[in-house]
Design a protein around this ligand. Structure first.
Ligand SMILES: Nc1ncnc2c1ncn2[C@@H]1O[C@H](COP(=O)(O)OP(=O)(O)OP(=O)(O)O)[C@@H](O)[C@H]1O
Length: 257
């Protein structure tokens, strides 16, 4: 039944996924991905992904566990090399310049347990030229954390907020946030989403990967649905809602049920 259903949705959505030649790929987009594929040994994690990202937009990258979201983000961040296809950031291949301007929030923790929240900021500042200590201090306060808190003493939700603050304190042009809301309780999520949006400059874009669609529905401009490594549906959230007569949350449940 499940297979039958998934095949049904693939067929339902496939014809409406814009093809590469109609994707408006061009110099005006900050990021252009064309037919991107990543294979790990005999496992294809990402396949046929073609899309463009504009400046100043909030994107939701949606899909269940194992659908390829992390792999896709890591390729844009320059941490994983595509097996085939092209990713251009500002019309140049991913490399030193893109890494300067793209901030990536991984799902893993990246600070040592002996560090305080302040140490994490200093550690980040030493790595990234665009890291702004004042912005970090404000984000830490907005996240209800304190500079003197020890990373080892933080709950998983607090550690998740710390990761977000450290990533957003960079003045990046593109933020890739991989499951930023994981571990954050339902009450705090809305505030964290607002904090994220307030911290991002008007010209910058954000890609938020998540399966917590309820929290993102109201704030994202565009959605990218990934299933089994392929982008099966993408577009402006408002337009998709109008065309389908459904919310993004309802569509998500329908596609991945
Ligand atoms: N280093 C790796 N070696 C082998 N297979 C991998 C590797 N990384 C990811 N995969 C596989 O690629 C597929 C996509 O994984 P990926 O982590 O990109 O998905 P995801 O959508 O981010 O999942 P999640 O929401 O669980 O983090 C999965 O089947 C995963 O097992």
């Amino acid at each position: 039944m499940k297979n039958h259903k998934s095949k049904f949705f693939t067929q339902l959505f496939a014809p409406q996924v814009p093809q590469i030649d109609s994707l408006q790929i061009g110099e005006e987009y900050m990021l252009n991905c064309s037919d991107v594929k990543k294979t790990y040994f005999n496992k294809t994690a990402v396949e046929n992904i073609s899309l463009s990202l504009e400046n100043g937009k909030i994107y939701a990258l949606l899909g269940p566990n194992g659908s390829g979201k992390t792999t896709f983000m890591k390729m844009i961040a320059g941490l994983v090399k595509p097996t085939s296809g092209t990713i251009l950031y500002e019309n140049e291949p991913i490399g030193v310049q893109s890494k300067r301007e793209i901030a990536y929030l991984p799902t893993e923790s990246f600070f040592y347990s002996f560090m305080t929240v302040k140490d994490v900021g200093i550690y980040y500042r030493d790595f990234f030229e665009d890291f702004d200590m004042e912005k970090y201090a404000k984000l830490i306060a907005d996240m209800d954390l304190r500079m003197e808190d020890k990373a080892s003493k933080l709950s998983s939700g607090m550690a998740a907020k710390l990761k977000i603050a450290a990533t957003l304190a960079r003045a990046a042009k593109l933020y890739l946030l991989d499951e930023p809301l994981n571990g954050i309780d339902i009450i705090a999520r809305e505030k964290v989403v607002t904090t994220i949006l307030n911290a991002v400059g008007e010209e910058s874009s954000v890609v938020i990967s998540s399966h917590l669609v309820d929290e993102l529905e109201a704030v994202v401009d565009s959605v990218i649905f990934i299933k089994e490594g392929r982008n099966i549906l993408q577009g402006e959230a408002e337009q998709i809602r109008e065309q389908r007569g459904k919310s993004i949350v309802e569509l998500y449940k329908e596609i991945y049920a």
